[in-house]
Ligand binder design. Structure first.
Ligand code: GSH
Ligand code: FES
Length: 157
């Protein structure tokens, strides 16, 4: 599997269909169907303190994927959680008015401006490669379950 280098040079190339990852069948279609994700209503509507808006989103949701609709690797990351029956919140940065500012904020928070940027239980776990590796090592689901446990304990008190 090779990463989409065209995307690194500029998203316009991706939109015009040069992205090699787009060749992976079925993945893009899965994104179009919505696939159990939830999108944010207020996030990214203002450029005010994007880091704070991101912090709020990652503390409110066990799994958050910062994504772009044009990105097949983002779609693969979503599919991974979908196939594990794990609900996730997706933030499509290319659909936000202030998406670029949010990418800047993600850069500050994670050291990379690339997508996907994935957070579990309020913690940055990496991009698509890191997430797939964690899954292969059997470490992904336990992180999600830790978060569920934390939230269910909070409800009791
Ligand atoms: N190894 C990284 C690769 C991430 C990457 O190269 N992402 C590209 C899109 S596939 C990107 O973010 N390009 C810049 C942009 O879209 O702003 C991962 O697994 O997430
Ligand atoms: S933009 Fe091509 S796979 Fe991400």
């Amino acid at each position: 599997m090779s990463w989409c280098r065209a995307a690194l040079r500029g998203t316009r190339l991706v939109r015009s269909g040069s992205c090699s990852a787009g060749r992976f069948g079925g993945v893009v279609g899965a994104a179009a169907s919505g696939m159990g994700n939830s999108t944010s209503s207020s996030l990214g509507k203002s450029a005010t303190a994007p880091v704070n808006q991101i912090q709020e989103t990652i503390s409110d949701n066990c799994v958050v994927i910062f994504s772009k609709t044009s990105c097949s690797y983002c779609t693969m990351a979503k599919k991974l959680f979908h196939d594990m029956n794990v609900k996730y919140k997706v933030v499509e940065l290319d659909m936000l008015e202030y998406g670029s500012q949010f990418q800047d904020a993600l850069y500050k928070m994670t050291g990379e401006r690339t997508v996907p940027r994935i957070f579990i239980n309020g913690t940055f776990i990496g991009g698509a490669t890191d997430t797939h590796r964690l899954h292969k090592e059997g470490k992904l689901l336990p992180l999600v379950h830790q978060c569920y446990l934390k939230k269910s304990k909070r409800k009791k008190f």
